[in-house]
Design a protein around this ligand. Structure first.
Ligand SMILES: [Zn+2]
Length: 187
């Protein structure tokens, strides 16, 4: 995708994820808290949601733009388009206490390039230069680029919502993952 597509994807994902993390429809009422169902009034819910969306927006959009820096150096769709780099972005906040949520933008950039654009990305670079794509992809210059971007974002949000509501809470699992990681690293 081009930069417009990645900004669109990052911005929509931040809004959707902010809503998913603050409003839990599985508790029976939209006004129930995620922490066991204490009722909240509409203004509180709207405020919490807006705050979460704002908190996610800038880091996610920045992360979504970052991988295409490799158009300027290195090898495009390889140097900054791989899972080893994503691991660095996921680990960074736990080690240094900043850059929270930027990895979400990097991850969604990869998803969009794999699912939404004709040319895939080298997920295992520098170990392998093979590029992985999906037949759903369109050319980045295609008139379908933005509709495909929106569709891919919708699929991402649906998957995230299903995981968050029915498998494990995305926000608490990150903290738990951090504790596990810290224990394993002895820091
Ligand atoms: Zn890219």
């Amino acid at each position: 995708m081009n930069k417009e597509g990645h900004v669109l994807n990052g911005a929509l994902l931040a809004v959707g994820l902010g809503v998913i993390l603050t409003i839990d429809p599985t508790t029976g009422s939209l006004l129930s808290g995620g922490d066991g169902g204490a009722s909240r009034d509409l203004a509180t819910v709207a405020g919490d949601t807006a705050w979460m969306v704002a908190e996610l927006s800038l880091p996610v959009v920045l992360g979504a733009l970052f991988p295409d820096v490799d158009t300027a150096f290195g090898r495009h769709r390889k140097t900054l388009h791989n899972l080893p780099l994503l691991v660095v972005f996921v680990a960074f906040p736990y080690l240094f206490g900043n850059l929270q949520f930027v990895w979400i933008g990097v991850a969604t950039h990869y998803v969009l390039d794999v699912l939404g654009s004709k040319r895939g990305i080298a997920l295992f670079y520098p170990f392998s230069s093979k590029e992985y794509g999906f037949p759903t992809g369109v050319a980045t210059s295609s008139q379908w680029a933005n509709p495909v971007t929106i569709a891919v974002t919708g699929v991402e949000l649906l998957a995230l919502a299903l995981v968050h509501y029915y498998a494990f809470a995305l926000d608490t699992s990150l903290a738990d993952a951090g504790n596990v990681f810290r224990t394993a690293m002895g820091v």
